[in-house]
Design a protein around this ligand. Structure first.
Ligand code: FES
Ligand code: FES
Length: 168
């Protein structure tokens, strides 16, 4: 891998010198046109821009691309399977009524993914704490917590893969 490369949803990209200075959020939305990652505040406050870098949740609006080289990034676009099947977390959000305007949803799904990667059977309070950095103005949060619990249950009961589709 080139030293100025980054892997996004399983695909490697080489960054120009100018691109090293922009944020991950700008790179995703404006260079790659991966607009599933949302820009809510651009100040690190709302969580709508959350993506995964080497299995950790990061706020892409606060991350310079120069800090992302060599990392593997997963965005909401990388969650579904190559055949278009939604990731179990995405499906659970839909089935639980956890998506209203949908603006917060990509960031919520990514935060839920990081939680379930490290803790496949979190209790409700643990889910609540893990999601509290992601703001939602529509749902009142209960359905979101329900969705994460439902996803965890389905992954366990149906022996589904937790891995993002782009990595499987
Ligand atoms: S857009 Fe990054 S935290 Fe709000
Ligand atoms: S569903 Fe609208 S902000 Fe969360």
């Amino acid at each position: 891998m080139n030293k100025n490369s980054v892997t996004i949803n399983g695909k490697e990209y080489t960054l120009s010198d100018e691109q090293l200075d922009i944020t991950l959020l700008t790179y995703l939305r404006e260079v790659l046109v991966l607009t599933g990652t949302k820009n809510g505040c651009e100040k690190g406050l709302c969580g709508s821009c959350t993506v995964i870098a080497d299995n950790k949740a990061v706020r892409s609006c606060r991350m310079a691309m120069s800090k992302m080289t060599g990392k593997s990034i997963v965005t909401i676009e990388g969650m579904e399977s190559p055949d278009g099947t939604l990731h179990p977390i995405q499906k659970a959000f839909l089935d639980s009524g956890a998506v209203q305007c949908g603006f917060c949803t990509p960031g919520m799904v990514m935060s839920a993914y990081v939680l379930l990667l490290s803790n496949p059977e979190p209790d409700r309070e643990t889910v609540r704490k893990a999601m509290r950095g992601n703001l939602c103005r529509c749902t009142g949060y209960q359905q979101i917590i329900d969705a994460v619990e439902l996803a965890a249950k389905r992954i366990k009961d149906q022996n589904l893969s937790i891995l993002a589709g782009c990595l499987s």
